[in-house]
Design a protein around this ligand. Structure first.
Ligand code: GLV
Ligand code: MN
Ligand code: MN
Length: 416
């Protein structure tokens, strides 16, 4: 049946260009942060395209956006395919958008071919995958999997000071045509296409990655408190300098965390210095740590090392250190069933594919908690992502969409 359905590559590439104009940055990327006016505009465009095609459009209380094409068995849980439309502040055109628009292209091409599927098919655009305006990331899929919005988000503020619940409700109101539905309805499976965001497919010249799991991620926030004092008059013995402590704490971690384990990832991406004056020793330094590894036990051990290093460097500088876990995503193993569908899809299309683990987290990790999930990766130039220069060759975007279509039809056949 799949052979009668064809992805319209030209239409997909045009859509990628159309969405890249929403929040376009001068350097060729996008700034379409979660729940911003630009994010709302992209949701509006997708909803309009769907309504024009006669598909039904829904949103839940997290503003996750769903587009539904009814199957022959409408009472059965649908198969869901998609990704996200929000971006990093200096994000690329493909991270999230490719998976969402390819999923919509799959739905359209099935409709174009006049094929009725047994199960209903839904395309999803999850809210706030990136976590850069409002943290944590993947809030939409996390709440969907939990079936509830965590209480802690009721007073959550974004980096720009905006209140999450206000921006969420403005986003919901901006799409009155979407029918409201409960958060966390039953689904029978989830497939997500995404760019690899790393270099291995490109280096090995393989167009398709079949993603069997996602490594674990843990976000920590460390605050080292010392004493603010005059930069010019305070001699060394009187200083309680939290910046000196932070540098001393981080140096051995940089030297050991990644060099001693090729799978470990250790990143300090954000640092805030108070009061932030050139001529004042800081009163406090707060920094983030992003830890990743395929094994939870190793992430636990890395966290212990971070705590020890910060405590001892703080004590040596007459400061105090506090460590808080702000986000914890255990590693995920995807569904064997859906991986077999992906293997068959690649074989039927004659596409070379390799099995791989995702270094980045994705909405699929959360959906995998409530339904079988799996992912497809396509190469991106130089493995570069979270960067305005992010680029995917047109033929790779199209191959990814063809893979998603074939896997969708396989999954519907298996799950129906
Ligand atoms: C997702 O954007 C991640 O940080 O892995
Ligand atoms: Mn993404
Ligand atoms: Mn991203």
């Amino acid at each position: 049946m799949t052979s009668r359905i064809a992805i319209d590559g030209k239409r997909l590439l045009q859509r990628l260009d159309d969405f890249a104009r929403i929040g376009a940055t001068p350097a060729g990327g996008v700034n379409r942060q979660a729940l911003s006016p630009e994010d709302r505009a992209s949701r509006r465009l997708l909803a309009d395209l769907a309504l024009q095609r006669g598909f039904r459009v829904f949103q839940d209380s997290m503003a996750n956006l769903f587009i539904r094409r009814e199957g022959r068995l409408p009472a059965r849980a649908p198969l869901v395919i998609g990704s996200h439309l929000d971006s990093q502040p200096t994000g690329g055109r493909f991270d999230g958008a490719l998976g969402t628009l390819a999923a919509f292209e799959v739905m359209e091409s099935i409709a174009d071919a006049g094929i009725e599927t047994d199960l209903s098919l839904e395309v999803v655009a999850w809210t706030n995958e990136e976590g850069s305006r409002f943290a944590p990331g993947a809030m939409g899929s996390m709440a969907f999997a939990a079936g509830a919005i965590p209480d802690a988000w009721s007073d959550l503020r974004g980096r720009d000071g905006s209140l999450f619940v206000d921006e969420l409700s403005a986003t919901l109101q901006a799409l009155p045509e979407a029918e409201m539905r409960p958060l966390g309805f039953p689904i029978c499976g989830y497939l997500e296409l995404h760019i690899e965001q790393g270099p291995s497919l490109e280096r090995e010249n393989i167009p398709i990655g079949i993603v069997h799991g996602i490594q674990g991620t843990r976000w920590l926030e460390v605050t080292i408190k010392g004493q603010a004092a005059h930069a010019g008059t305070t001699a060394l013995e009187f200083r309680r300098d939290p910046m000196a402590a932070a540098v001393a704490a981080l140096e051995p971690l940089y030297k050991s965390a990644m060099p001693s384990d090729q799978y470990a990832r250790f990143t300090v991406g954000r640092i805030a210095v108070e009061p932030g004056a050139v001529n004042a020793i800081p009163g406090s330094v707060t920094f983030s740590i992003d830890l990743r590894h395929p094994e939870t036990a190793v992430i636990d051990a890395l966290e212990d090392r971070v705590r020890l290093s910060c405590d001892s460097a703080a004590a040596a500088a007459g400061c105090e250190s506090e460590l808080r876990q702000i986000f914890d995503m255990p590693p995920a193993a995807f569904s064997e069933d859906l991986l077999a569908c992906l293997d068959r899809a690649a074989a039927s299309l004659g596409l070379k594919a390799k099995h791989m683990l995702s270094g980045a987290f994705h909405d699929a990790l959360f959906v995998n908690r409530v339904a079988p999930a799996a992912m497809i990766f396509v190469p991106c130039r130089d493995g570069l992502s979270h960067n305005e220069a992010e680029y995917v060759e047109p033929e790779h975007s199209i191959a990814g969409a063809r893979m998603l279509l074939a896997a969708t039809m396989e999954a519907i056949a298996v799950r129906a």
